[in-house]
Design a protein around this ligand. Structure first.
Ligand SMILES: *Cc1c(COP(=O)(O)O)cnc(C)c1O
Length: 344
């Protein structure tokens, strides 16, 4: 696959904004009169490192991915938006998404005026690779696969994903926001095999840092260069970069413990909800939420709301009629949920 044939011509031709600071690896022992900053020292008087080198080197160790193959953004939603702006020509190109899946791909597509082709997952929320390939044409630039999938919670079949990576003549984005709660290895291990692969991960879920806004994209160096060209020069603040560095060092062990207890709680909640006859089905989950089909989801939703328990109504998503998506909380929050539903 020739990457250049997938990139928007104006982006290929784009000369990135360059700051004098780009040329210096280190800003020690030099006098900085290049960026119209305020010279009086404070924690924030200087612009941040545009390429977040220190943070990337730590994330590189954590994830086992080369620093040159990492993009960091203001949440993975920034990476999603940039993927559209790099590859998709407004009003001409299209993207493919399985249905149901994460809603942000469609929102970003709509913002850029890009056609979305939704291809239904099977009743069990498995990929139908032939249907996906049949939906593509020469203007199909990106296929988004959310794995484990949101809102269904399941892992997609690994061989089906590989087949799509091989047969689709475009970019395949694998959004692994929930991979740390799953039994699956990350597709970052496959980056050497596929030059059309972009893996997204985030610190918002397993790491408990949704408020920080820090997401990652892993892909070939060639695609990273495109991200760097199109992103805002200083897209991550000094405070985000410093806080993330500290938190990654200090909270690695407690994050692993949290993930383990969320997975245990997920299985406990599944077992308890499984005993209730107001519930038709609980779908397999490799994430930190359960998709639950109720006999009467409106009654359940309203009762939960009345008890100040907020869950997500996904009943209008394809093949999700009657379904609520329930995030796994603390043991106390989970007990509260179970108690409230038992009282129905
Ligand atoms: C929560 C979630 C994200 C996270 O987005 P951030 O912008 O990093 O907070 C990404 N993808 C999916 C599928 C999600 O559910």
């Amino acid at each position: 696959m020739r990457l250049s044939s997938l990139v928007r011509p104006n982006i290929l031709a784009l000369k990135a904004y360059s700051s004098a600071r780009d040329e210096y690896q280190s800003t020690e022992d030099v006098t900085l009169l290049d960026a119209n900053e305020n010279p009086y020292e404070s924690n924030y008087n200087r612009y941040p490192d545009p390429y977040q080198r220190e943070l990337k080197s730590q994330i590189s160790e954590l994830k086992g991915v080369d620093t040159n193959c990492i993009f960091l953004g203001n949440g993975s939603d920034e990476a999603i938006d940039l993927i559209f702006r790099i590859f998709c020509e407004p009003t001409l190109d299209n993207i493919i998404i399985p249905d149901p899946t994460y809603g942000m791909y469609e929102v970003s597509a709509a913002i850029q005026n890009i056609e979305v082709r939704r291809v239904p997952l099977s009743q069990n929320f498995e990929l139908k690779t032939d249907d996906i390939l049949a939906a593509t044409d020469i203007r199909s630039k990106v296929l988004f696969l959310c794995n484990p999938n949101n809102p269904t919670g399941n892992l997609l079949d690994k061989n089906s994903i590989k087949e799509l990576l091989e047969r689709f003549n475009g970019i395949v984005v694998i959004d692994e926001a929930y991979v740390d709660f799953s039994n699956s290895d990350s597709f970052t291990n496959e980056l050497d095999q596929y030059d059309n692969l972009i893996v997204l991960q985030t610190f918002s879920k397993a790491w408990g840092l949704a408020g920080l806004r820090l997401g990652m994209a892993f892909c070939s160096e060639e695609i990273i260069k495109l991200f760097n060209k199109v992103k805002a020069p200083y897209n991550l603040s000094i405070s985000t970069q410093r806080l993330a560095l500290d938190l990654l060092r200090e909270t690695k062990a407690s994050t692993e413990a949290n993930i383990k207890s969320i997975i245990e709680s997920r299985e406990y909640v599944r077992q308890e909800l499984g005993k209730m006859d107001i519930i038709d089905k609980i779908y397999d989950s490799e994430s930190n939420f359960l998709l639950v089909k109720f006999k009467n989801h409106e009654t359940a939703y309203n009762q939960l709301k009345f008890s100040k328990l907020i869950v997500r109504d996904r009943s209008k998503a394809l093949n999700c009629n009657g379904c609520l998506r329930i995030t796994i909380g603390t043991p106390k929050e989970n007990e509260n949920l179970i108690k409230t539903l038992k009282a129905l």
